[in-house]
Write a protein that binds this ligand. Structure first.
Ligand code: EPZ
Length: 449
């Protein structure tokens, strides 16, 4: 059964509680402490580059611990529509065989839905020495250029043109490894050059590379397929080109951002929650900030136990590339800072702007000032439930946390953004005692149609 018909069947059977309808809302009755344990899913931002990397392999790969989120479904749809054989083996595992993958223009209606579509460029260029991809979408954080991606492709020998909304790459003479220095740390550009260089002639060195755990996961996957990549996790990654890759079975790392989101939700509701199936080192900057606020965090081998602060203290946060404090955790901290004593500041060090969620939090009683890349939050207040709208994935998570901690009822619209990156968020929160439900509004619009 094709992915599209399977998705349609799931929708009809309503077997997909956090499904694809664009008109869903979360209704939260705040005030319940989260108590118990939650098991974290596989990492969206690790699974996406690895799914596109299967284009380089041309043989069956089995990927496990894949999160059940709409960005993954959109990616599997893109791969299938371009000729890959995609077989869902379970809710969290999939087999992908790209032997018959056709290089060409990916379906723009799907490509435009997410930033990760850019990875098609590196994967197709790496295998076919040409690529054509519509301009990618993704969360709106101001300008999100791809100049560093293009700098890397051109260094390897590709010629790039952009016309009618498509980015075209071609390397008629093939790709030859080079040393590439990134002007700024970029996860996407690091991923894309790793993909393009894996089958290139000679050695590619990426300097000032991103060091995120999902970069390491991509390198580990590619090496499991026979690639020769070293240095992932440091700022210098070396890729020795190989002639071909072979299939493999690979398990995706746990989602450090989902883990951090549940850690902050526990702290914001004053509950005690064990966050399981994680790599504690990946959330150590979140742990450090919560401890600075007076929250208890005990580290186990593959879990952390979060316990309430007697009194939440204010802190200052500056987001940076890994191992700095992750930008994808900045919105989730905002409601917590509002519950702490004193004044707290967040400085957004990665994106041009990421504070659109503050306007929504103001509707819930938050007092905050935003100036370009800095926001100041006045603590000591309380949050009150209100109708609000998610503007992007992590902003949506911030509003959920605020709703859980608020007095009264919160309605959150735009939850299709949240479903892009959180696997069964409602079910996991309910199991921890949250009073949250999903409401389908009348006009259904389906992402996968
Ligand atoms: C990835 O986005 C993630 N998305 C983002 O997560 C995450 O916030 C971001 O990395 C930083 O960690 C996925 O993995 C799918 P960047 P990406 O390239 O690759 C600038 C989420 O919530 N830049 O590291 O787009 C750029 O504008 C999402 O899961 C250039 O100027 O991020 C930004 O200011 C949101 N030129 C900064 O670098 C370039 O060529 C970092 O961007 C590339 C980037």
């Amino acid at each position: 059964m094709s992915l599209k018909s399977a998705a349609k069947e799931r929708r009809e059977a309503k077997a997909f509680p956090n499904g694809y309808v664009m008109s869903m809302k979360f209704i939260i009755q705040g005030g319940s402490r989260l108590e118990g344990e939650v098991f974290i899913s596989g990492m969206k931002n690790a699974a996406l580059p690895i799914l596109f990397a299967t284009i380089l392999v041309g043989e069956p790969c089995i990927l496990e611990n894949i999160p059940n989120v709409s960005d993954i479904d959109v990616t599997l749809q893109i791969l299938e529509e371009m000729g890959a054989s995609v077989t869902r083996l379970s809710a969290t595992s999939v087999q992908i065989d790209t032997a018959n993958f056709n290089q060409g223009t990916a379906p723009y209606a799907l490509v435009k839905r997410m930033r990760a579509s850019t990875y098609l460029l590196g994967a197709e260029l790496g295998r076919f020495h040409k690529a054509c991809v519509g301009w990618p979408g993704g969360c709106n954080f101001g300008s999100r250029p791809i100049d560093q991606h293009m700098k890397g492709f051109e260094a390897l020998g590709a010629v790039s043109t952009t016309d009618s909304g498509c980015i075209r790459l071609s390397a008629e003479e093939g790709l030859v490894g080079k040393s590439i220095y990134f002007d700024m740390v970029s996860v996407g550009a690091t991923v894309n050059i790793m993909l393009a260089a894996t089958l290139a002639e000679g050695v590619t060195v990426i300097d000032n590379a991103a060091r995120e755990p999902h970069i390491v996961d991509l390198a580990n996957f590619l090496n499991s397929c026979g690639a020769s990549i070293s240095g992932a996790g440091t700022s210098v990654i070396k890729i020795r080109g190989v002639s071909e890759l072979h299939g493999c079975r690979y398990t995706i790392i746990p989602d450090m951002i989902e883990a951090g989101t549940f850690m902050v939700a526990a702290a914001a509701t004053g509950g005690t929650v064990t966050v399981r199936s994680i790599i504690p080192k990946h959330v150590e900057s979140v742990t450090a900030k919560l401890c600075e606020m007076g929250v208890g965090v005990e580290e186990l081998d593959d879990a952390v136990i979060v316990s309430p602060a007697t009194e939440l203290q204010n802190v200052n946060i500056k987001t940076l590339p890994y191992p700095g404090f992750p930008t994808d955790m900045h919105p989730q901290f905002a409601p917590l800072l509002c519950l702490a004593n004193g004044i707290s500041c967040i400085q957004e060090g990665v994106f041009e702007t990421r504070f659109r969620y503050v306007e929504e939090l103001r509707k819930m009683g938050v007092s905050a000032m935003v100036d370009s890349r800095n926001a100041t939050f006045v603590g000591g207040g309380k949050l009150t439930g209100a109708p609000v709208d998610a503007m992007d994935l992590r902003a949506g998570a911030a509003l959920v946390i605020a709703g859980l901690a608020a007095e009264g009822r919160t309605e959150i619209g735009g939850v299709q953004y949240i479903n892009r990156g959180y696997d069964n968020l409602v079910g996991k929160l309910r199991a921890l005692g949250a009073k949250i439900e999903v409401v389908d509004l009348p006009s259904d619009e389906e992402i996968l149609e």
